[in-house]
Design a protein around this ligand. Structure first.
Ligand code: ADP
Length: 589
């Protein structure tokens, strides 16, 4: 690629050479012309002088005797022939006497140079076509040479010969000029290509860098300014690449942090356009992963509670609040922080969204738990206090005293049971309860529990039947699994109407042992089914309390099963009974 600068350089080279050669040529041609003209004039002068001085002694020019000057005419002719000059001899009146050019013209006007020669001074002359020289012939008498002019020698030569030489010189000059032009053009092209090549390369690589290909570099060749420019250019590209790499790395880090952050991040510019949203924010705000970047937050989240918070912040103040009434019941904590330029101009806001649903639920559960525990404690404590006051007030001495003390004892037992259940539950939930796991025959354990509960079932006239399909031993803690079966069977006996049956069934299912306890009691409604395993949950509080339950039995049962790595569930078709079931891992699995 030979760019403009290359042609400009070539042109400047060529112009410098053309001008210098042309000026040199003009001087040279002028010099050659002057030199040859001067030479020719000198030549003519010498010839004229030679002829004038060779005029024979004692011979008149007006009427020369032919035999006296024949020899002289012969010499003049020879000279004229050899030099190519025309030699004329003129009389003292300027009339032609002899002419080597052929026919003599009788009435030739007397030229100034002839006039000068007639007055005794040689003079050069001539016209455009020829050069001429007039020289006086002085009288030569027997007594010596006088100063009287007896005639004039007029030598002339055509300029054709001179112009031939000059045109030859000129054509040689033009030839040399053309060759040197051609050579200098080629050299100029070569040199400008050589000089501009690194510049062209730098331009190309600058283009590449501008298009983002930052790994491109220029070959730093020579040590001149262009070489320095190349190495500076490379240094600049290095620095640019390094900075860009650092920036990209920072940006990647930042985007990974933002993407993987537990909280949702939403960046909105002052006009309301969404600049950035991370994954969690999409989920929290309930927007689908479509192209929302650049769109206005009001159109993306119409009527969303977040808009109220943005209004409060007015894109220039901090705002913080809980986003209530979200469609999916999520509880979200939102923090709006404004962003400003260095000059204090508002840029937009960063919204940090935290899903606090779980936190709120736990908080609610904690409050509920505390209030449930206080409630359960309050009743027995109130009756203990009442009874104790009665005893203090004198009842101690009465017959009823032992009855009161028995009641106090019962209430204390009940409180102790409650505290034990709560402790068990909290130990199991925190994983502090160590299980003594052994391979056990679940059917044997069920039989033992049934034996223990026979009197209770008998009192209610409820029959317990079994169907054992799981013969493999399970991995379980004997006491805890007994507790599970007691809880389930106790509930079943409690809710089964007299004269009806309870079935305890074991089956092997998907490599686990499934235990089911089915009764024909009133069943549990669908809305309560989900809650029966919650702490302190009782469908009918009054009835349960009468039976002595705190609503902790199923919560403990669930914890025990889950701590064994099993799962527990319930199905019910009110009013036709309930089935509680749980699974346990088989030994050897
Ligand atoms: P409690 O020890 O107070 O009985 P549980 O946790 O064992 O507490 O049971 C919680 C609630 O589940 C009970 O109050 C009762 O309403 C319901 N429930 C448990 N088992 C049955 C069942 N077999 N049939 C009907 N309802 C039941």
């Amino acid at each position: 690629m030979f760019r403009k600068i290359g042609w400009e350089l070539t042109l400047s080279y060529v112009m410098v050479i053309v001008f210098s050669v042309a000026i040199l040529g003009i001087f040279l041609l002028n010099f050659v012309e002057g030199y040859f003209t001067g030479n020719a004039r000198q030549d003519l002068y010498r010839q004229a002088q030679l002829v004038a001085e060779g005029w024979p002694r004692n011979v008149s020019l007006r009427e020369p005797a032919p035999n006296e000057i024949r020899f002289f005419w012969g010499m003049v002719e020879r000279l004229s022939h050899q030099t190519g000059s025309r030699i004329r001899i003129l009389s003292d009146r300027g009339a032609p006497v002899y002419d080597t050019g052929g026919e003599m013209e009788p009435d030739v006007p007397i030229l100034p140079e002839v006039k000068s020669a007639l007055s005794g001074t040689a003079m050069a002359g001539g016209s455009k076509a020829s050069l001429a020289q007039a020289y006086p012939i002085f009288e030569k008498g027997p007594s010596g040479d006088g100063r009287a002019v007896i005639g004039v020698v007029y030598v002339s030569r055509s300029r054709i010969y001179l112009s031939q030489i000059l045109s030859h010189v000129r054509s040689q000059f033009y030839l040399g000029f053309s060759i040197s032009m051609l050579l200098s053009l080629l050299l100029a092209l070569f040199f400008s290509h050589y000089i501009t090549k690194p510049i062209v390369e730098i331009t190309r690589e600058a283009d590449n860098i501008a298009q983002g290909r930052l790994d491109k570099r220029v070959r730093a060749g020579s040590r001149n300014e262009i070489g320095v420019l190349s190495s500076k250019f490379n240094m600049m590209a290095d620095a640019l690449q390094k900075t860009l790499n650092e920036l990209t790395e920072e940006k990647n880090k930042l985007s990974v942090i933002l993407k993987e952050m537990a909280g949702g991040v939403l960046v909105i510019e002052s006009g309301g356009g969404i600049v950035m949203v991370n994954k969690i924010a999409y989920r929290i705000l309930g927007i689908r992963q479509e192209d929302i970047l650049g769109r206005n937050v009001n159109t993306v989240l119409p009527g969303h509670p977040l808009l109220r918070l943005l209004e409060d912040s007015d894109f220039s103040r901090e705002a913080h609040g809980a986003l209530e009434d979200l469609p999916d019941g999520t509880a979200v904590d939102a923090h709006v922080t404004p962003l400003f330029t260095d000059e204090g101009k508002p840029l937009g806001v960063v919204v940090i969204l935290n899903d606090v649903t779980q936190f709120r639920r736990l908080d609610r559960m904690k409050t509920e738990f505390v209030s449930n525990v206080s409630h359960e404690l309050k009743t027995p404590l109130a009756s203990i206090k009442g009874l104790a006051e009665l005893l203090l007030d004198g009842a101690l001495k009465e017959e009823k005293a032992s009855e009161f003390l028995e009641s106090i004892n019962r209430e204390v037992d009940r409180l102790t049971r409650l505290v034990k259940d709560l402790l068990d539950l909290s130990k199991m939930e925190s994983g502090m309860l160590r299980l003594e796991i052994h391979p056990l025959n679940i059917c044997d354990i069920i039989q033992q529990v049934m034996m223990r509960l026979t009197p209770q079932a008998g009192r209610k006239n409820v029959e317990i039947t079994t169907s054992f399909g799981c013969t493999f031993p399970v991995l379980a803690d004997m006491d805890r699994i007994q507790q599970v079966i007691i809880n389930l069977l106790d509930n079943a006996i409690r809710y089964t109407p007299p004269g009806e049956k309870i079935i305890v069934r074991t089956t092997e299912k998907e490599g686990r042992c499934l235990v089911e306890v089915s009764d024909t009691g009133p069943g549990i409604s669908v809305e309560n089914l989900e809650r029966v395993f919650d702490r302190f949950f009782r469908v009918d509080r009054a009835r349960s309390r009468g039976g002595g339950g705190f609503g902790l039995g199923l919560a403990i049962t669930k914890q025990i099963v889950e701590n064994h790595g099993g799962s527990i569930g319930v199905s019910s078709t009110p009013p036709r009974g309930t089935t509680f079931y749980f699974t346990l891992p088989l030994a050897g699995e």
